[in-house]
Design a protein around this ligand. Structure first.
Ligand SMILES: Cc1cc2nc3c(=O)[nH]c(=O)nc-3n(C[C@H](O)[C@H](O)[C@H](O)COP(=O)(O)OP(=O)(O)OC[C@H]3O[C@@H](n4cnc5c(N)ncnc54)[C@H](O)[C@@H]3O)c2cc1C
Length: 379
């Protein structure tokens, strides 16, 4: 029985490893010309680590990351709005909350697979299903590959999803985002933070080796040419009234390292499984990054998929069971993250001040319940 995965991102590689561990060698087709380590940082919450435990690679990934002892939301002057003690999460779930450089995660995942298992320069453009139910993937070069089962992990702009759901299109959240990693500035940070102001949001996340990953979101029109041209100096101007170490981090940011994206997600779908084809990761349920859960959900997909495949011999039934388990949870993440983004990006100064005050009064038990819903998952 042959298995094919379209897309060699976090979802596709995690699924390939999970399948390998139950004795299935899936072939991965990736659009990029080479598997180059790219990107900035990534926070992986306890649910993702639990999923990696299920897949059997958690310790190797934890070894390349940086443990976060807390996550705080601050105001522009650096005063605490909310604070989550992630060490307490670790105590409760016996798991880590941590941050990792995307390149390090990718390298760790790739190291688990045989080089020949991932074929690059293979951009899928669609698929056909023959009378026997076999799937033939079509690629931009004209190449075709036939498989019994197809796992679709080609991200938010998925070509295969567009074939299955022609009306599905990414939606713009109304804010745009810059990211970068800076070298060790001797800040000695042990927790992550996000600072909210009327002019935007700025996140600071320590990585291994003293490096710092930061992200900044501001409200803007979609694909704005003015924001496209922004350099670190422009961001220094936007965030000039934000507390330290934000100005220093921007001061040390190299323009060439800036990554810029409009923030988009996918309006929740009502289906992931189509007989012997299944959508996973951002291709199925791309979310805004406000809960830091996009990749975590992709990793949950990989763990859930193999958990269902282990339960029953019929992969089509397993794909359906996967869909039943994953649809409600992924929808909740997408919706909650979308709403949180709207609150966090409030640009009216009076409303922003009111929001900060209200958030300070949210009882700890409410925050903990939300966190529990996010982290308390089994595979
Ligand atoms: C600013 C920002 C910050 C974020 N922070 C976090 C965070 O802290 N924590 C977290 O959990 N998540 C975070 N995310 C979300 C996370 O990046 C995504 O959810 C995750 O990368 C999804 O993985 P994926 O493999 O499904 O898709 P992708 O990462 O998009 O990978 C898809 C892969 O498929 C390939 N591909 C694309 N099209 C084709 C094709 N037609 N044929 C073949 N291959 C193709 C691509 O080249 C790519 O390698 C963040 C996202 C953003 C934008």
């Amino acid at each position: 029985m042959s298995y094919t995965i379209i897309g060699g991102g976090i979802a596709g590689l995690s699924a390939a490893i999970a399948l390998k561990n139950i004795g299935i060698q899936a072939q991965v087709y990736e659009a990029a010309a080479e598997m180059r380590p790219l990107g900035a940082g990534l926070m992986l919450a306890a649910n993702a680590i639990k999923a990696y435990r299920r897949i059997g690679v958690a310790e190797k990934i934890i070894a390349r990351g940086h443990l976060l002892s807390r996550f705080q939301i601050l105001d522009r002057r650096g005063r605490i709005i909310t604070s989550a003690d992630t060490a307490a999460v670790e105590k409760r779930y016996g798991l880590h909350n941590f941050a990792i450089h995307r390149a390090a995660l990718h390298e760790a995942l790739l190291a688990e697979l045989a080089p020949a298992q991932v074929e690059t320069n293979m951009r899928a453009v669609g698929f056909d299903r023959n009378q026997n139910g076999e799937i033939t993937g079509r690629f931009h070069s004209g190449a075709r590959r036939t498989t019994r089962y197809l796992i679709v992990a080609d991200g938010i702009h998925s070509a295969i999803r567009r074939q299955l759901f022609p009306a599905s299109a990414p939606r713009y959240a109304g804010y745009t985002c810059w990211r970068a990693v800076v070298d060790d500035l001797g800040l000695g940070l042990d927790g992550a933070s996000e600072t909210w102001g009327a002019e935007g949001r700025f996140g600071v996340v320590p990585l291994a080796g003293g490096k710092v990953y930061w992200f900044a979101c501001v409200n803007a029109p979609r694909d704005d040419p003015e924001r496209r041209a922004y350099r670190a100096a422009d961001l220094r101007r936007v965030f000039r009234r934000f507390h330290e170490p934000i100005p220093s981090i921007l001061e040390h940011t190299i323009d060439e390292n800036l990554i810029w994206n409009d923030i988009i997600d996918l309006k929740p779908l009502n289906r992931y499984a189509f007989e012997n084809v299944v959508l996973i990761g951002d291709a199925a349920h791309a979310t805004t990054p406000n809960l830091g859960q996009g990749a975590c959900q992709a990793i949950e997909d990989a763990a859930t998929l193999v958990a269902e495949m282990e339960k029953q011999p019929n992969p089509i039934a397993a794909f359906q069971a996967f869909e039943r388990r994953r649809l409600p949870r992924a929808r909740w993440v997408v919706d909650t993250s979308w709403r949180l983004g709207k609150i966090a990006q409030t640009s009216n100064p009076a409303l922003a001040a009111m929001r900060d005050t209200l958030f300070r009064f949210i009882p700890r038990s409410v925050n903990e319940k939300q966190l529990e819903r996010l982290l308390d998952v089994d595979f």
